[in-house]
Design a protein. Structure first.
Length: 538
């Protein structure tokens, strides 16, 4: 009897303890909810008007104050403010503030709206929002990223690439498995109208790797080299492999299979592979893809003298000068059947006819245009104070057939130096050209520009920025007074415009020029900088 009473008492004690603990937890949760609600009300009272303020710093402060309440209503308010934000810098900060909105309720509120951002004009809003989600590193946030990348339709490409670029920027290594899963997939339309999906996946792979996932990511990227025929996709896969393995950017699947079998223990001399047939070049910098825009400086200083290389000797032409046999086959930049074919040999410039910097630019541009076959589509932007198309009536990319090359080279030969140097305006113009004409919207997100814009830009200048489209006048030194005369502003805006475009930008500087600007533009946009400062004098 006593034992039964003891057991009964113990049961009631345990039940009471559980009830008390449950009540305590519920009370604590309720207290947290109350505190969160009060924090949201306080933020709204103090910063509510600031979210719509004309002062960008006030909008920035309000978004951060709201986000730190971690309240679902704050999540809705911040995302709504982000969709209306027009200042790129403030939008970036607003997006990053979303990392504080990482509660399940907040993620649910964000998901409801962020997955609706399906148009090009909403691309950057989604990108900034996903940055905050990635930085928040919450279980719910990672689930939302997975849903955005793997469970949306290909027609919702903007959602996919926004999330991919966001996790890349945040270096969110926990999302590497999502990237790998996507890389193992090949959509039917990914090599054409949805090409940004595999390209963004490759660039994300290069940012989310660590020692734990390194070999699995390499395996996935090898799959890209095997599955795709598109030259540009292979280029980005090879670049990602280079970053992850610290090897050269080989395109050779056999090499990467060997690298995996050796678990990365491969010496420098073991990385040699057969090269593919050479691509056309501009000052020895290769084309990526087949849509190419040349942006050529025709400012006043291009009239000054240029000197030939010290080792230049005029060579007599022979009948075989312009052709050479090259082996084709699986190599660091492509795959195919072994064999030989004749390829045009690069024609040397005739320096006896080159007297000025303008002569040099024109001669190399004409040589490059003539080296293209009909598979390449090109256009040319020229710039001084203003920027314009080489031939005003040709607003799109045109095939390099005989007729078009004759028109373009004839127009190039007539160029004359004039005015100041509008670097930013000219580059943006280059970004705006598509196969269908000039983009009607911001080329950073215009639907045609994103998919049908240039894949390679060759940018040439002999100076530094002295004018921009937003300049209203000149200061005492003759410089334009616009924002985009500042090299850092140019770098930042080109980075924004090329966030999703992934255009390869090669730069050439002749004579005295802003080498820092050109080298940085090339390095941060997958290109090469060629310094010809010793080839000219001011």
């Amino acid at each position: 009897m006593f034992s039964m009473i003891q057991r009964t008492s113990a049961f009631f004690f345990t039940a009471s303890a559980v009830f008390a603990l449950t009540l305590s937890v519920h009370t604590s949760v309720r207290a947290d909810d109350v505190a969160q609600e009060e924090a949201y009300k306080a933020a709204k009272k103090e910063y509510g008007k600031w979210l719509k303020s004309k002062d960008p710093k006030e909008r920035e402060a309000a978004a951060l104050a709201y986000a730190k309440t971690n309240h679902s209503k704050a999540a809705e308010d911040v995302l709504e403010a982000l969709t209306k934000e027009t200042d790129n810098t403030i939008a970036t900060v607003m997006g990053r503030s979303i990392q504080h909105l990482n509660s399940p309720e907040c993620i649910a509120a964000i998901e409801k709206d962020v997955l609706k951002l399906k148009s090009g004009s909403e691309l950057f809003t989604a990108y900034y929002a996903f940055q905050g989600i990635a930085l928040g590193k919450s279980e719910g946030g990672d689930a939302l990223i997975r849903k955005a990348i793997l469970q949306t339709k290909d027609s919702e490409m903007y959602i996919k690439v926004a999330a991919l670029e966001a996790i890349a920027l945040a270096k969110h290594t926990a999302a590497a498995d999502i990237v790998m899963e996507l890389l193992k997939t090949k959509g039917k339309t990914w090599e054409k109208e949805h090409i940004l999906i595999p390209i963004s996946a490759c660039t994300a792979a290069a940012r989310v790797w660590n020692e734990e996932n390194r070999f699995k990511l390499v395996e996935s990227l090898i799959g890209v080299l095997e599955q795709y025929e598109n030259d540009r996709i292979k280029y980005f896969a090879a670049q990602a492999l280079s970053v992850i393995t610290m090897q050269k950017a080989y395109w050779d699947v056999k090499f990467w299979r060997y690298w995996l079998s050796m678990e990365g223990a491969v010496g420098d001399d073991e990385g040699k592979t057969s090269a593919r047939a050479p691509k056309p070049t501009f000052f020895d910098m290769e084309v990526v893809g087949n849509r190419v825009v040349f942006v050529i400086d025709i400012s006043g200083s291009m009239q000054y003298p240029v000197a030939p290389p010290e080792n230049w000797v005029k060579k007599p032409k022979s009948k075989t000068d312009n052709k050479k046999k090259v082996k084709t086959g699986e190599g660091k930049e492509g795959e195919g059947k072994e064999g030989e074919k004749e390829e045009p040999e690069k024609e040397d410039l005739d320096w006896s006819k080159i007297k000025t910097k303008m002569d040099l630019a024109k001669a190399e541009l004409i040589r490059t245009l003539n080296s293209f076959d009909e598979n390449y589509h090109v256009n040319v932007v020229t710039y001084g104070t203003k920027h314009q198309l080489l031939i005003p009536g040709i607003k799109n990319f045109v095939a390099c057939d005989k007729s078009n090359k004759q028109k373009l080279t004839a127009a190039v030969s007539k160029l004359q130096p004039i005015d100041l140097t509008n670097i930013h305006g000219a580059m943006i113009h280059g970004f705006s050209i598509t196969t269908k004409g000039e983009a009607k919207n911001d080329p950073a997100w215009d639907a045609d520009a994103l998919v049908f814009g240039a894949e390679t830009m060759f940018f040439l200048t002999d100076g530094a920025p002295t004018w921009s489209d937003d300049s209203k006048g000149q200061d005492a030194s003759g410089m334009g007074d616009g924002k985009f005369v500042n090299p850092q502003a140019i770098v930042d805006d080109i980075a924004r415009v090329n966030t999703f475009r992934k255009m390869v930008i090669h730069t050439v500087g002749i004579g005295i020029h802003d080498s820092g600007l050109l080298s940085y533009l090339a390095a941060t946009n997958g290109g090469t900088y060629t310094d010809l400062s010793g080839a000219a004098t001011q």
